[in-house]
Design a protein around this ligand. Structure first.
Ligand SMILES: Cc1cc2nc3c(=O)[nH]c(=O)nc-3n(C[C@H](O)[C@H](O)[C@H](O)COP(=O)(O)O)c2cc1C
Length: 225
């Protein structure tokens, strides 16, 4: 696909067919992502693809610990609750998703069920855990570098018919992820991406989230009229 078409047509996928993603296809997707630029070409990223029993243990432990403690325990700094415009945009996409999934805004049980799906990585057949070298914990650039890698991976996947949702909820209990995925101590768990072939009967997969217009995002100076 042309880049522009990919960028406009990609959307997050949260309902998957159970079919596994062949290892060779995943390798191809990761090789495209690895072409991302990085600060001084440091390439501080590592990815750990998990499936089968390993992924089931991660989703089980992540869910159990979230239910037990009620709060995330991640290795990266968090921002707490979104406020202001950020909160409004968060609410808007949640409303679109709940509407598509038939979840009432005030239905606590259904909302809880949706949150649990997130902690289970939406039951995707594959999860790709994104890490950076731990000694770059204080380097904002390293997170930026991994972000570019991850977006490249998501687009390369979409181009091959594989759907993804970048899924912060999936690493809410990072020690569980670390243990079962056997993440080396010198790597920091930053994010995971749930992946698989989209289940077209899952209505929330069709949600097209909104974007701010360029006129609101960008300012121009010195361009003339
Ligand atoms: C860093 C990051 C973390 C995310 N974590 C979650 C998550 O935990 N659960 C979820 O359902 N979506 C998650 N998303 C997906 C966003 O909600 C989604 O990208 C956004 O609403 C825009 O929708 P789109 O991807 O369909 O364009 C995450 C996205 C990013 C970039």
């Amino acid at each position: 696909m042309e880049y522009q078409q990919l960028a406009f047509e990609r959307r997050s996928i949260r309902g998957f067919r159970p079919n596994p993603i062949p290892k060779a296809l995943l390798g191809e997707i990761i090789s495209v992502a690895a072409q991302a630029p990085s600060s001084m070409n440091t390439q501080p990223w590592h990815v750990h693809a998990v499936a089968g029993d390993v992924l089931d243990r991660i989703r089980g432990g992540n869910t159990e610990r979230m239910l037990e403690t009620g709060k995330p325990d991640r290795e990266i700094r968090g921002h707490g609750r979104y406020e202001g415009d950020h909160r409004e945009r968060q609410k808007r996409v949640a409303a679109q998703l709940f509407d598509a999934a038939g979840i009432g805004w005030d239905d606590k049980a259904q909302r809880q069920d949706w949150a649990m799906r997130g902690f289970r990585q939406f039951d995707a057949p594959v999860s790709v855990i994104g890490c950076i070298d731990r000694d770059l914990y204080d380097s904002t650039e390293a997170y930026f570098d991994l972000g570019q890698f991850v977006y490249g991976m998501v687009l390369a996947a979409w181009d091959r018919g594989v759907g993804c949702v970048i899924n912060g909820q999936g690493i809410s209990q990072s020690s569980v992820v670390r243990e079962h995925a056997n993440i080396p101590d010198d790597q920091l768990i930053v994010i995971t991406v749930a992946m698989g072939f989209p289940d077209d009967s899952f209505a929330a997969n069709g949600v097209v989230s909104e974007r701010r217009p360029v006129s609101e995002i960008a300012t121009y100076r010195g361009f003339g009229s």
